[in-house]
Design a protein around this ligand. Sequence first.
Ligand code: HEM
Length: 401
Amino acid sequence: MSTHHPAPRLFGDDFRERPQDAYDRLRAAGPVAWAEITEGVHALVVTGWTAARALLADPDFTRDPGHWNAVAENRIPAELAFMVVPGVQHAEGRVHERLRRALEECLAGIDVHEIRARVHRDSRTLIHRFAARGHADLMREYAEPVVALAFTELLGCPPGTADPLSSAVHTLTSAAPDATLGWTDLAGILRDTVAAKRRAPGTDLTSFLLAHPAALSDQEAVGLLASLIVLGVAPTAAWIGSTLHALLTEPAYASRLVGGAVTLRTAMNETLSLRCPVANSSVHYARRPKTVYGVRVPLGVPVLVSHAATGLDPGRPGRGDALDRSHLAWSAGMHRCPAPGLATSIAEAAIENAVDALWDLSAPVSTVAAKPGPFMHCPAHVGVLFSPLQERERNTPGELL
Ligand code: HEM
């Protein structure tokens, strides 16, 4: 590492409270700069929009974590398990093409209207659980479970797996010391799902993948499902939580939406620019020593794209316009997110339902820290107050649920 000052930390309480401070310091050091991603582990982080686009298309870099020194030396910190869990995000060349094609073709067979209808139904059930109470944590009691339910139904997971799946993903993506346990639990659920669908296929994404001409092995199928869950569940829940949090705490954001100046979709798009759910990810490794933007990239070192920082890069084209879609929230290039449409349907339906049902939501009752770790950005909790159901029933019968 060639920096004289301690590198900005993308973990710990300061980062949770004020991530922008770390991004500002990184940006000041150039579009590519050193950061500490967990205690004692350094990586290069790309904060410039143009530099990130270039990296995402650069064949001199690989996504294979086998090139990371820590993997070769078998000393991956548990907190960083997210960077090495199996999945299509690490596949390369022909292998990636084959897995990605299977994924895209099977995702294309999903009935998005049906998913929306299910999310509406699940949202109402979840809201019903806390509606009489007059307060709730919309992150832990709503955003996370509603997305977990949508995914367990989408994948045809055994009944009762939404809660364990949600907690496994949370542990894995929060860079917690027990993150590897999160992976063990998740892999167990996915192995059971694949085995059950081999025995008795249904009309779910897992069955579609197993029936695809790519003839996936069980291990490949588990890896693909893991990518869908890890890069789908946590970001979609984060998107819902961050949008609801902004609606509750940022009067300008809320008044433009309530006043009709922007649609919910546009407000959600703005969240992707300003509060990007997958904050730092898309991990690359140089195939040979290389210099990018004047920074030497040694072999064996992870190079992360800060999707969050690139959204706020003053050099990003169109920045500031809520309609602008040049953000890299979905990443770009061959490994870009394959499911923005599906994610939008789930998140939009969940946000609509929360806002409609709990129409007099008021500001969070507690201070909100972000989820820990470098990977996902969203409030850890969104505590809210609202009129309890019984009271509302007396005033406006039949309005809720
Ligand atoms: C239905 C919901 C979602 C599904 C099923 C999904 C699935 C996936 C998959 C399978 C990948 C790996 C693609 C590859 O490497 O070829 C991926 C990548 C990615 N997704 Fe999603 N995703 C979803 C929602 C989201 C959301 C809401 C966001 C953020 C707004 C997001 C951001 C990303 C990013 C940044 C990547 C690249 C990550 C990397 O390269 O490490 N995804 N997604």
